[in-house]
Write a protein that binds this ligand. Sequence first.
Ligand SMILES: Nc1ncnc2c1ncn2[C@@H]1O[C@H](COP(=O)(O)OP(=O)(O)O)[C@@H](O)[C@H]1O
Ligand code: SF4
Ligand SMILES: [Mg+2]
Length: 358
Amino acid sequence: MRRERRKSQKSRWLFFCDLCETFASSAFKNPRCFMNLLEVNNLSLQFRTRSGTVQALEDVSLSIDKGETVGLVGESGSGKSVLSYAVLGLSDAAARVTQGTATFDGLDLLAASERDLQDIRGREVSMIFQNPKVALNPIRKVGHQLQDVLARHTTTLRADLATRAIECLAEMKIPDPTRRYHAYPFELSGGLCQRVMIALALACGPKLLIADEPTTGLDVTTQAAIMALIREKARATGMTTLLITHDLGLARAQCDRIVVMHAGHVVESARTEVLFNAPQHPYTRQLIGATPVGRAALSELTAVRGSLPDLRRTDLPACRFSQRCDFYSDACAKPLPSIVDGGHLVRCHHPLVLECVA
Ligand SMILES: Nc1ncnc2c1ncn2[C@@H]1O[C@H](COP(=O)(O)OP(=O)(O)O)[C@@H](O)[C@H]1O
Ligand code: SF4
Ligand SMILES: [Mg+2]
């Protein structure tokens, strides 16, 4: 809370809050200032399919503070994308939330109307999808797609839409933005499509950006350039970022905090340096062991053993990592505990003792 005070019309002193960017009559009046931007509590979600019910998320909790960059990591199939779609109300028709809550800036996302969600998506929360060639409209010029977003969510005058759309392309360092404005997605390379996707996501200055595997399939140089663009924007505007990736190295380089998912469970979350130096969950430890760090030789890397359990099983164990774990004991059949120590959460009956791994 900035100590800036102004006289209101009724001659009362008002305090300006940097976080919610509003004036309040008391320094501690607005409870939204003290809320996390995104808060998911005990969320469970299943898909009804012909071959059975997929228990895609179970008891998932996650919170993201304003301005933070949080990494959501885990193998493919852990539930990272399902979680982000559920939060944005974009889940498949077969999906059903069976318990839990999700709030964005104080708004109950699971109870919000489709109209409210449409207002929030694009303007307040934006998403970069995993595959830009699929996410972009193939029969509409990229400039026109940008104009559509600007017209829907901003107050840009109709006469200025094209200029602003070209500016958005230029901000993403797309060469020759005026020519690219008239291009169709199939005329652009994968890297350029990804930049267009990011331009669309950032056009309205969202409070929260959800980037789902934003650099998968791109070469290392383009990957670094794209992550630099996102970071630059986040720094300049105070944007909060949820970076979804299976690449632990990328998450380590980009994120303040990391949340680890395995088979629909959040198993650990901690500040990045704490998670890498002292992972407490056996799965996190195996993931880190499989991640190249610095100049580590390939022979030093170890693959994560086994595979994810079939989430259609009706007899899924309380700990979904149990069949891959070296530390299994009878206690592991009991419901998972949530052990929290100074912001470090681990959901395991036998958390590993602190030791330096990386
Ligand atoms: N529409 C769907 N119908 C049935 N199962 C689904 C559907 N979408 C996702 N799943 C299942 O949910 C689990 C998590 O998927 P996902 O969130 O895409 O994983 P990832 O962590 O790779 O993003 C997977 O087992 C996947 O098969
Ligand atoms: S709860 Fe038990 S089986 Fe699961 S990760 Fe911890 S030690 Fe391993
Ligand atoms: Mg995914």
